[in-house]
Design a protein around this ligand. Structure first.
Ligand code: S3P
Length: 447
């Protein structure tokens, strides 16, 4: 276990200037995995070089693909072709990453190899059955700790068969694992989602030459058909900047008086921009500039100015489009006037931490009243100068809880401490220096 690194966010002067947050985590995982399954040389630029993604790179390598770093964010992957993965020589350690582990389970499930998946204490508490059970439809089998917990031994199908599966929860990871498994299953598989979730896997599969068709359903969901025994061809992937990382400087700029910043080249895929929409509804001045297409995704520069915020009610149907952004939204809501109601958050219970519980406990520790609901919370906003701060927030090995409460400290009356900043390296290793460059003040706490 690495040492804990306590840190405080301090009342800071206006944030100014521009910054580029790191590459998108979801797209980075997928670029490495599809590169590892494709034939030929995949070139990736802008890859997120954070612990979660580096663990995926190691796992793709362990299955036999060549994965080489050529420079900052520049990687090349020489894949084995679909069905060409070999048995890893060692246990695969995915650290903190649900996405890396679950997508890799799908990607190997229809190839006759066996692999052992494990992770850190947080990942070993997260449910894997949601992916492992439906992978049995393709012919895979597994052994896990009770409750479908890691360590997991997964045996890829000897003779894979195609599958027809309805994803029962709003999860892009489950959908993606099934789509990746379908790649080596003869015939056409159909994966249905009743709620739309991030579609990076579908987009990237098409770019790598898979036969994939997405049919909208009258219910508002989608049926995705994909042909197995696919021949994926290497592609170039330019990874846009991660809107889930942009969330923290963005919220900081809204709540620290006088701030005015620009965040460049941010991914604007509509399945990822629910936070921006919600903050605008709360009165946030958030302007998208130079919106353009890059590598099959919408990107743009986001200009943010400090704003007076009002509480709001987040429409539950928007939740999947901002599923990782509730820690950041809770901070904005604390500085708003009036209550902010967030419901339909059941999936937050199974993130890197029980994120709903961690947010509520953190808000209370910092003196912000919050009402807990079974599937959400109501944050009683204290207004721009009314957040007391103080205290030390328990991060529970959750990078987004850590970044959110450090952000709160920048505008609260008293500093806000977190028990461990080391966890931020899973998704945003440069968080402190990037925020510091804009004017944020953090202070180390003697351990
Ligand atoms: C992700 C999907 C979401 C999200 C996670 C990344 C992905 O998880 O919370 O950070 O890249 O597919 P779920 O599929 O569990 O909702």
């Amino acid at each position: 276990m690495p040492e804990r690194r306590p840190l405080k966010g301090l009342h800071s002067p206006a944030l100014r200037g521009w910054a580029t947050v790191p590459g998108d985590k979801s797209i980075s995982h997928r670029a490495l995995i599809l590169g590892g399954l494709a034939l030929g040389e995949t070139r990736i630029t802008g890859l997120l070089e954070a612990e979660d993604v580096l663990n995926t790179a190691n796992a793709v390598r362990a299955f036999g693909a060549q994965v080489v770093r050529q420079g900052p964010g520049a990687w090349k992957v020489n894949g084995t072709g679909v069905g060409g993965w070999r048995r890893p020589e060692d246990v695969l350690d995915f650290g903190n990453s649900g996405t890396g582990s679950r997508l890799m389970m799908g990607a190997m499930a229809t190839t006759p190899v066996t692999a052992v998946f494990t992770g850190d204490a947080s990942l070993r508490r997260r449910p894997m059955g949601r992916v492992l059970e439906p992978l049995k439809l393709f012919g895979a089998s597994y052994d896990a700790r009770p409750g479908g917990l890691m360590p997991v031994t997964l045996h890829g199908a000897g003779q894979a068969i195609c599958a027809d599966y309805i994803v029962p929860m709003a999860s892009a990871q489950v959908k993606s694992a099934m789509l990746l498994a379908a790649l080596n299953a003869p015939g056409r598989s159909r994966i249905t989602q009743n709620v739309l979730t991030r579609d990076h896997t579908e987009r990237m599969l098409a770019a790598f030459g898979a036969e994939i068709a997405v049919e909208p359903l009258p219910s508002g969901g989608e049926a995705i058909s994909i042909t197995g025994e696919a021949e994926l061809k290497a592609a170039s992937v330019a990874v846009p900047r991660d809107p889930s990382s942009a969330a923290f400087p963005l919220v900081a700029a809204l709540v620290v008086p006088g701030s005015d910043i620009l965040l460049k080249d941010v991914l604007l895929n509509p399945r990822r921009t629910g936070l921006f929409e919600t903050l605008r509804e709360m009165g946030g001045t958030i302007e998208v500039r130079d919106e353009r297409e890059s590598g099959g995704e919408r990107v743009g520069d986001i200009a943010v100015r400090a704003s007076a915020l009002n509480g709001t009610k987040v429409p539950p149907e928007r939740v999947p489009d901002m599923i990782d952004e509730f820690p950041a939204l809770a901070v904005a809501a604390a500085f708003a006037e009036g209550p902010t109601v967030m419901r339909g958050l059941d999936e937050l219970r199974v993130k890197e931490s029980d994120r709903l519980a961690a947010i509520i406990a953190g808000l209370r520790e910092a003196g912000v009243p919050v009402q807990e609901l079974e599937d959400g919370m109501v944050v009683e906003g204290r207004g721009p100068d009314g957040v007391p701060g103080g205290g030390t927030i328990a991060t529970h090995m959750d990078h987004r809880i850590a970044m959110a409460f450090l952000t709160m400290g920048l505008a609260a009356r008293d500093p806000v401490g977190i028990d461990d900043a080391a966890t931020i390296a899973t998704s945003f290793p440069d968080f402190e220096s990037l925020m510091g460059g804009l004017g944020a003040i953090f202070e180390s706490v003697a351990g």
